[in-house]
Design a protein around this ligand. Sequence first.
Ligand code: HEM
Length: 182
Amino acid sequence: MANTLFDFVGGHSGAWKVVSMNPVAGESLGWVSHLQIVPGTLSEPGTGVWTLRGVVSNLRYTERAEKDALTAVQAGLDRPEATCAALIPIGKTEAWWNLTQDERRNLLENQSHHIHTGLHYLPAIARKLYHSRDLGEPFDFLTWFEYAPAHAARFEELVAALRNTEEWKYVNREIDIRLVRA
Ligand code: HEM
């Protein structure tokens, strides 16, 4: 079975060098200079300043037509030209988690157009979503993005657009960590 559990180890060595850490909402994390992403099974406890854990999971809200549209255009991780990355750990409010599935889908897409907006930024931005909430982690999600320096401005535009949505009114913790390949 493929590994689905990953550790994001913030410390002083790793494949990614931290460029900036910006607490957008809620408490920040300790400053680190590097990040290493390690399959959960290989992780050695206590190696970094902090470790965030996430699991690759099934889709919750994406409908068939959206999934097909995403699959048709999206790029994979590890493209040689994609030397920039962002790790954005996110926590959502109890109010969000108390909603029902259909209410959350309505907020995420019908009201906030998260998927529709995001689609415009593919394939320039490659992405991967990790779920942390059910692991008892301090964040609900770890979101990971890779892009070429030429697309950095587009990524800023996307992040700004999403932060301006109804969905983001339910975000109570968010740290925007930007990185480059070490
Ligand atoms: C969830 C697409 C950018 C944060 C999702 C989902 C899709 C998606 C399809 C729903 C997955 C599901 O069905 O469970 C995209 C696309 C993007 C993009 C195409 C373009 C690059 C971003 C950015 C952020 C972000 C820039 C953070 C700043 C999240 C979070 C979730 C999510 C936190 C989980 C929401 C939840 O389950 O409550 N995204 N996204 N996304 N995305 Fe994005």
